[in-house]
Ligand binder design. Sequence first.
Ligand code: SF4
Length: 433
Amino acid sequence: MTQLERALKSEITEQVRKVALDEGVDAQALAERVAAGKVVIPANTNRKSRILGIGGGLRTKVNASIGTSTSIADVKMEVEKAKIAEKYGADTLMDLSVGGDIAGIRKTVMGAIDLPVGTVPLYEAFAMAIEKYGAAVKMPAELLFEVTERQCEEGVGFMAIHCGINRRTVEMLRKQHYRYGGLVSKGGSYMVAWMEHNGRENPLYEHFDRVVSILKKHDTVLSLGNGFRAGAIHDSTDRVQIQELLINCELAEIGRSAGCQTMVEGPGHIPINEIEANIIMEKKMSGGSPFYMLGPITTDIAPGYDHITAAIGAALSSSYGADFICYVTPSEHLGLPYPEDVREGVIAARIAAHVGDMIKHKKMDADKAMSKARRDMRWDEQFRLAIDPERAVEIKTKRGDGDEHSCTMCGKFCANDMLRGIFEKDMAGSDKK
Ligand code: SF4
């Protein structure tokens, strides 16, 4: 039985208890949210992984995506990236490999870390079709289900599956004269090409009940993929993107009714004034399914800094109610991320998720503690509270002048030192607040 089915039977599972303890929420109330489909707990029955919850009332979670391309397929580097993602605080990891021995890489990566691992099974199916039949469009539909089932058996915790693409939406894409920035989802573009070549409906949409029954069997969370997400600011929130969101929200409800844990994926590239509307639509139309935002990237003109453009979008998304954020690295739009890009991406996304949670959950305790530690120049406490303590210690040490008490930012003009004596007594009052 899935976590959802067990919650519907009023069972408070050990996973629910663990999440409740970690998040400081009531286990009974959490189980009710799992039963309602508002929280998912990736807990594939075939693999032991870190237990966490994604959804309403919980800390915003961060996913780091790694994976080979057809140009660079270095297993050692992918393992290093996975370990870096775990070390710097990603909550989950997606292996999006499309090059080399995809199954072998996934197995090695899953063996190297403790995080729940997500995949896009369609990638492996299309890669196998290219190798076996010479073209992705020649993929037998059955292969999609076989690969999905095999990955569930291996213990994949959640899967992005592009069920929301259908022929009617492809027709809408034509009617709106395609798109300024085209289709940027690998899964989306390959699936549309397959449908057009074969003159057939998307098997994942047509046989959605099969997708649900495979994932449900292993309690893999179904993440309804965003194949029509905008890849350009100019295309955001267009009819095609909203049509797919609408279908995905409907499928989320159907999947949930069948006992499968589901969540819905969001954009993409989007200007900041459209983020809230996307979140309101998803939450309302899906009945509160967890919303997994991919970034979102908020401007198209900062290649090399897209971890920042995405962090801006992720902070706003989280504050408006998004539950799960996929990081973006500085190498987005330019090349396959290297290990150092993974660290930058994870930290940027974690900062964004925290900034959102400060508003969403009114979680300001860590910030208050940091402010006081700064005022009192308690450096060890500042490092302990830092999102990336290693970076903070490194900068303080490298740019120090031997004065352990203050720092070289202001040197002898240290503002904290200047007023300490004057306000010493008053400080005690502010410390109580
Ligand atoms: S020197 Fe400036 S930056 Fe450094 S602790 Fe003092 S006030 Fe803060």
